[in-house]
Design a binder for this molecule. Structure first.
Ligand code: ADE
Length: 234
C-alpha cells in the first residue's frame, strides 16, 4: 500500500517511519511512503503558499494555487489515489475508517498549516475529511500520521504474530480488558489472580466483564452503542 503525505514539513513526519513496525513493513515492501511539498508547486516568485484570509480573520490561510497544482500532479501520477484532508472541521476518524481505508491501494493525506486551507481545495479534491479529536493542533502533520498508523496496522502482514489484530479495543465498541506481563508479582502488586489459573473459559468471561466495566467508566456512550447493537443482533 502506498501513502503520500502532502505537507510543507515532511521532516515532521519522516522520523516516525524510521523505527519499529512501520520501518519493517517498508523494508519488506508492504508499505511505501512518499512526500509532496505544495511549496514546490507555487508559481509565486518567493514560493509563497499562504495569504491573509479573504473577509478578515486572524492568521494565514493556505492558497489554492500550490495545492491545486500539487494535487493535479498527484492525480495524474495515480488516478486511483484516495485523497484525505485532516482538519478539526470534520467527522472524527474511527477504527472502522482505518479498516476501510486499509483496503485502498494509495491514500494521500493533505496536512494544512497556518489557520487552514482555502475551502475550494477541499471542495475540489477531498474524497474524505477527518478530524482526530476535539482540539486544535498547530498543523495537520500529526493528524495525518495518526491516520496513517491506524490504517497501516490493518494492512495484511504489517503486524507480525506477536502484534496480532485479534481482540482489540473498538472492534466491538468495547475497550480492551487489562493486560499484564511477567513477573506475576511486581513491587507488591499482583496480576489479576484469575489470569493465573489457566481456566481459559473463566479468563474469557472475566475479561469480558472487565472490558465492560472499563468501557462503562471511560466511555459510557460506547457501552450503550455495544448494547444496542447486541440487542438488534438477537
Ligand atoms: N489539524 C489541526 N487540528 C486537527 C485535528 N484535531 N484533527 C485533524 N487535523 C487537525
Amino acid at each position: 500500500m502506498h501513502f503520500t503525505f502532502v505537507t510543507l514539513f515532511s521532516s515532521l513526519i519522516e522520523g516516525y517511519f524510521s523505527d519499529s513496525i512501520l520501518k519493517r513493513a517498508i523494508a519488506k515492501g508492504i508499505l511505501d511512503i512518499s512526500y509532496l511539498n505544495p511549496r514546490d508547486y507555487s508559481t509565486n516568485k518567493h514560493h509563497k503558499v499562504d495569504d491573509t484570509a479573504v473577509g478578515g480573520g486572524a492568521g494565514m490561510v493556505m492558497n489554492p494555487q500550490p495545492l491545486f497544482d500539487c494535487l493535479d500532479d498527484l492525480q495524474k501520477r495515480d488516478g486511483d489515489v484516495h485523497i484525505v484532508f485532516v482538519t478539526p472541521v470534520a467527522k472524527p476518524f474511527t477504527q472502522n475508517d482505518a479498516k476501510r481505508l486499509a483496503t485502498k491501494s494509495h491514500v494521500a493525506f493533505v496536512s494544512g498549516r497556518y489557520e487552514g486551507i482555502d475551502e475550494r481545495v477541499i471542495e475540489r479534491y477531498a474524497d474524505e475529511v477527518f478530524s482526530i479529536g476535539d482540539y486544535i493542533l498547530t498543523g495537520g502533520e500529526l493528524a495525518s500520521l495518526v491516520l496513517c498508523d491506524a490504517i497501516s496496522r490493518n494492512v495484511s502482514e504489517v503486524l507480525g504474530n506477536s502484534e496480532s489484530l485479534e481482540i482489540e479495543s473498538f472492534e466491538s465498541e468495547l475497550l480492551e480488558a487489562p493486560s499484564f506481563s511477567k513477573p506475576k508479582q511486581y513491587a507488591g502488586l499482583s496480576v489479576v489472580s484469575e489470569y493465573l489459573k489457566g481456566n481459559h473459559s473463566k479468563i474469557r468471561s472475566l475479561k469480558s466483564a472487565l472490558s465492560e466495566a472499563k468501557t462503562k467508566f471511560f466511555r459510557p456512550e460506547q457501552l450503550l452503542k455495544h448494547k444496542t447493537r447486541k440487542s438488534y443482533e438477537k
